[in-house]
Design a protein around this ligand. Sequence first.
Ligand code: ADP
Ligand code: MG
Length: 231
Amino acid sequence: MERIPFGIKGLDEMFGGGLVRKSICSLIGTYGTGKTTFALQFIYEGLRQGEKVIYFSLEEREDRIYDIMADRRFRVDKYRDESLFVIKLDPTDFNLSINSIKKDLPELITTIGATRVVIDPPISLFEGLYDDPSERRREMFYFIELLRDLNANFLLTSETSTTDSYASKYGLIEYLSDTVVVLRYIRPEDFTEVHMSIEVVKMRRSNHSREIKPYEILQDRVNVYNEASVF
Ligand SMILES: Nc1ncnc2c1ncn2[C@@H]1O[C@H](COP(=O)(O)OP(=O)(O)O)[C@@H](O)[C@H]1O
Ligand SMILES: [Mg+2]
């Protein structure tokens, strides 16, 4: 099976070599666990591999997004609007945002020839548009089906459930995605420092690590310590 490197060595090892080509991966974690950082790493890896990438963001100003990448020492200027396409969504109207993704994404992907697409605004924001759980389930199902018809690898992010740190906010996206990665804080009583842990909880059509591994966010990269143990 063809593998796509995520771009974080330890995580690619946990995946058994990388993501399965043309699959949908979700990153579940609360704010500050590093979802955006992981997503940028995924994009940067694509660019280095000569791929075309699309990054959806809620940042109001495009320059901010490039500033964040520059802070991270990601040299993306030469890719900007050539193979890296940043698309700002309207942070005041998620309904409009999701509709524009649904409407424009198929054509965008085909025109650009994009093979990596990141939707960084947590998918929970879109799920939250529906009050009725069955309507939410149906809408998300159709949305994911739409992505499946496109010839790209998708990375989605999601907020965590308030009651279960292994579940997404609405408990849906983990069923719809091919690969699910959970990012968590660990605050052990005898530790003075917060640790971060990563786990691949699901990966369709692939063998993968079931271990909980520590990770660290540095300025210019994420380290996943696949040889280490959190306990
Ligand atoms: N430029 C940076 N250098 C080092 N660490 C950073 C930098 N930017 C963010 N971080 C760290 O990474 C953490 C995760 O940030 P982020 O990826 O935005 O998380 P999320 O998208 O899950 O909210 C931040 O809380 C901070 O600790
Ligand atoms: Mg973020």
